[in-house]
Design a protein around this ligand. Structure first.
Ligand code: GUN
Length: 282
């Protein structure tokens, strides 16, 4: 029987800590806003954006909402980012991804000033993380490190296998585990002997984007299993990349879906926003 890692509870603890920090900063006259930009009306993006704005309200940070139509041009979006870059009240800028196909995502990410890049997606933020310098960390992998630490899972010296190599999760996850002195293997959909490799993991982080892909055969007894996936199954029920009911009896600890990694992403976004406000001089 595995311990269930309660991401909802841990995220709530972090948000409560941040609420206090934000209040202390306010007393020192340090306040600022998060600008949240959504282009188009993708329903999943709308839910994420609403949750982010609600989290700001809970913590006591102002959020500025920019809901742009799906036919907004790249130039118009870049002009808005430029205006927000120069606005001193704005301490964080977030463009909800994906953006419509006619907009170059990389150009948008690059346009955000690194000091306001609370998503941690700017090449400068990624570079700083890679060489252990100061900068914003991407929220989902940073949240997973917090989940592990706050659940008492030691990372140092462990074999950590990350399944998935996206810029948002897999690659930064590998770097952050390495920073914690884990021994890291990055696997992906084209890895040979994926099953055997996963079975060597003490800590298995799954971000492969395939519903219920990882079953009991991929798991070493006693492994810690972190499931980053979020999908709807045939019965419209939420599920992850892991077959929870098969894997849970083998694992020593596991994250559920929902209520595992998901809530941590927003908690860490709030952490980055509070850090950005703390950087205000004076
Ligand atoms: N789309 C999916 N995840 C994210 C995220 O963490 N940040 C942004 N901006 N867009 C996303």
């Amino acid at each position: 029987m595995a311990a269930i890692i309660d991401g909802k509870k841990i995220a709530q603890e972090i948000k409560d800590e941040l609420k206090e920090k934000a209040a202390c900063l306010k007393e020192k006259g340090k306040t600022g806003a998060l600008a949240v930009i959504q282009v188009g009306d993708d329903p999943a993006s709308s839910v994420y954006v609403r949750n982010k704005k609600n989290a700001c309200a809970y913590i006591g940070i102002e959020s500025l909402s920019y809901e742009l139509s799906g036919d907004t041009t790249q130039q118009e979006l870049l002009a808005l980012i430029q205006q927000l870059n120069e606005d001193e009240r704005v301490r964080g800028i977030l463009v909800q991804l994906p953006v419509p196909g006619h907009i170059d995502e990389n150009a948008i990410i690059k346009a955000i000033r690194p000091e306001k890049d609370v998503d941690g997606f700017h090449p400068e933020s990624v570079g700083a993380m890679t060489i252990g310098q100061k900068g914003f960390l991407p929220c989902t992998p940073a949240g997973i490190i917090q989940l592990l630490k706050r659940s008492g899972v030691e990372i140092e010296g462990k074999h950590c296998v990350v399944v998935g190599r996206s810029n948002i999760v897999g690659k930064p996850m590998a770097l952050l585990l390495l920073r914690e002195n884990g021994t890291v293997t990055v696997a992906h959909s084209r890895t040979r002997n994926l099953k055997e490799l996963c079975r060597q993991a003490d800590i298995l982080v799954v971000a492969i984007g395939k519903p219920r892909f990882i079953d009991a055969e991929y798991i070493k007894e006693g492994a810690v299993v972190i499931d980053v996936g979020i999908h709807r199954d045939a019965h419209n029920k939420l599920c992850g990349d892991v077959k929870f009911e098969e894997v849970e009896p083998l694992a020593s600890a596991i994250t559920p879906v929902p209520g595992g990694v998901g809530p941590m992403t927003i908690a860490m976004l709030m952490n980055n926003c509070v850090e950005s406000i703390a950087e205000i001089e004076g």
